[in-house]
Design a protein around this ligand. Sequence first.
Ligand SMILES: NC(=O)C1=CN([C@@H]2O[C@H](COP(=O)(O)OP(=O)(O)OC[C@H]3O[C@@H](n4cnc5c(N)ncnc54)[C@H](O)[C@@H]3O)[C@@H](O)[C@H]2O)C=CC1
Ligand SMILES: N[C@@H](CC=O)C(=O)O
Ligand code: NA
Length: 894
Amino acid sequence: MLVHREVASQCWKYDLSQDRSLGGNLRVGQPQGSLHRHRSTNLLRPAAAAISVEQDELNTYLPKGDMWSVHKFGGTCMGTPQRIQSVADIVLGDSSERKLVIVSAMSKVTDMMYSLVHKAQSRDDSYTIALEEVFEKHMAAAKDLLDGEDLARFLSQLHSDVSNLRAMLSAIYIAGHATESFSDFVVGHGELWSAQMLSYAIKKSGAPCSWMDTRDVLVVKPSGSNQVDPDYLESEKRLQKWFSRQPAETIIATGFIASTAENIPTTLKRDGSDFSAAIIGSLVRARQVTIWTDVDGIFSADPRKVSEAVILSTLSYQEAWEMSYFGANVLHPRTIIPVMKDNIPIVIRNMFNISAPGTMICKQPANDNGDLDACVKSFATIDNLALVNVEGTGMAGVPGTSSAIFSAVKDVGANVIMISQASSEHSICFAVPEKEVAAVSAALHVRFREALAAGRLSKVEVINGCSILAAVGLRMASTPGVSAILFDALAKANINVRAIAQGCSEYNITVVLKQQDCVRALRAAHSRFFLSKTTLAVAIIGPGLIGGTLLNQLKDQAAVLKENMNIDLRVIGITGSRTMLLSHTGIDLTQWKELLRKEGEPADVANFIRHLSDNHVFPNKVLVDCTADTSVASHYYEWLKKGIHVITPNKKANSGPLDRYLKLRTLQRASYTHYFYEATVGAGLPIISTLRGLLETGDKILRIEGIFSGTLSYIFNNFEGTRTFSNVVAEAKEAGYTEPDPRDDLSGTDVARKVIILARESGLKLELSDIPVKSLVPEALASCSSADEFMQKLPSFDEEWARQRGDAEAAGEVLRYVGVVDAVNKKGQVELRRYKRDHPFAQLCGSDNIIAFTTSRYKEQPLIVRGPGAGAEVTAGGVFCDILRLASYLGAPS
Ligand SMILES: NC(=O)C1=CN([C@@H]2O[C@H](COP(=O)(O)OP(=O)(O)OC[C@H]3O[C@@H](n4cnc5c(N)ncnc54)[C@H](O)[C@@H]3O)[C@@H](O)[C@H]2O)C=CC1
Ligand SMILES: N[C@@H](CC=O)C(=O)O
Ligand code: NA
């Protein structure tokens, strides 16, 4: 049958010579009578009564309801002949009574078709070559897929279409212009060809099948800004007619294309095939609309940004709607409207992974597991935004201000993404795309020139470089505490929120933040809601004795922490003084030493920190300083300011200049960034935490006294007349108790540092120089240039030490090196004392520390903490404890 299709202008009539044996043979080109039937009541208006008879008859042809399943396959699914065959197999495998399959053009074909039009209207005669390529592509695909008579029929149709297109493009070329309908007509051929190929492929497998040119059925009307609205009544009527002539059980229909009421070819605009499927699904009241694509379903967040994103099994229409608005590559919001009104579920499935169940979008899905976390379904972000803040006392209570603001915004054509106004009405802020903000700001300055001059408005401020993070979930509306969790997660990741919006519908909570924080914010929020897993990126400076032991402990414990505590610790950087090893996702700790040696790059602390702070994979980052370096410690303030948590056994920061220490602690208290240093005193023993516990619960510290040096404890516990003093010092060094330079221990400086740390923790404002220290380093050796030289020369002082020890022993006493914090008199001191053999300080062994807290509550008997206070395992264990303490502060289960 010959069909004349009117294309835009009446002068363009051409013969499509379509073989309609495979599809609709409706004559288009004639104005159709309009049907006035009120959809919901089914009442017919008198004017339409005559047509209603015809309609009722037609209704008997098109069965509606559960027997229909609608599928949609996008361009990627139709990308190659092999894929078209797989699509055919999926359709054949669907046991539904009736199937309606919407297809897109083969991948890239729509772009190729648009480019044909573009070339022709720009008078670029290479459109002929490009058209040839389109032809070749489809011919090759058809030859691969089909054979015999079907192939011949398809190719003859293709030939004929291409010669029509050639004529039309040539006219466009001559005119140097293509109307929208010319363009839509050309572009729609991709779908016509793919639908026919699939239909033949299904027929080849022996299943009866018809193909449908949806321009014969779908009627739409333009609705402004490059959108169209379906005319359901007219479309339904045309579908009935089509079906009355082709009552097939399997129908392959073209996506994307449609007609106007005047039968002019048009399209449903970009991503229109999903829309086609939803409209057709609604017209037949399908059981389900399945959108086949190349992902397993809808993710809880963009998986390129959040590697732990999960596939959601169900989503409500509203949730899907919200998510697609926020750029989650789900469905165009308009796709949801047609099916939503009839409660038809849409299922998103992966054609390349048929075993994945996909995501079902339907009415109010059942609660996943009823817990608080399940009420947030997903997170989405929008980048490249600017906030505009209009502020002034003259706004409050003045009706029309927001109308004036937004009409100015509308006049420059900017798109407002979110709006927030506090009820005080002193300011109103809104987000627009960054590229539109200059025009918006200029328009507002013009519109409010007088108000600004008179001071009624104080400013129109633009904040560039913003992003939006939106949490989406239907049940958020009825679940208290959701926003608290969200904001807590953001606060703990040290992310500043610039503006907030939550509508009464509560389907989403939108926060505006700095674009540079956006991915981190997304991860922090996502991990809090979805995994309840605390992910922590760890960077270690100084993989020496303590740092190296810590790395090994982390290696041994990582799996247990993940499994039992939901804590995911990843070491993403290790730096020594010469080389550093960096990783974005985590270093393999079973071979960190080897990797550092083989793959390490020259160490550079600034680059190391940049690597940590620029890492967007992990929301929380901690720097563990395992050096004894003063210069490393001098950076803590700056790192904490960047939101990097700091943990250290290094005493230099807390025993350094008082003003710096106070600044650091003030910052620590004022921010959500943590600074922990338990191992600086008593190694892994709970000294700092015990002191804090006493102070925070209101106890008053009177005196802290003890043996704070593992090294000196070991030395005097073991210097019993059997070995020389220098031998025992060498043993302590060998056992890993000493500082990198043992003179720091023997000089008493290390003990003085611990005394200062505890004194400051107790509120005393002392400098290290305020502590009188009795040094055990012989004056002659103080100037040795290295620790080794010192150790070599130390034996020459053994005799003097033997004498001191002998004197004490003769008096029934032992030598002990003690530190004291005298909180009452605000003093500290460090000295070598003699204690009677029965004194608790004389009872120690190994590297034991003993610390006695005398307080208002522990006055008669001091609170005593005792145990090994130095050594690799216990110290690294103390640092590890701080890391877990941090994880728990960040939300890990305790
Ligand atoms: N050994 C112990 O029992 C205890 C040690 N500590 C503290 O632990 C820290 C580490 O002690 P150890 O592991 O025994 O010392 P170590 O000398 O074995 O390790 C320190 C590491 O830091 C590296 N380093 C130094 N400066 C650096 C810089 N600027 N950048 C990068 N790397 C640098 C060194 O190359 C070395 O690998 C010290 O602050 C110490 O006071 C605290 C409590 C107990
Ligand atoms: N060298 C120190 C180690 C702990 O701070 C000590 O001996 O106590
Ligand atoms: Na400790």
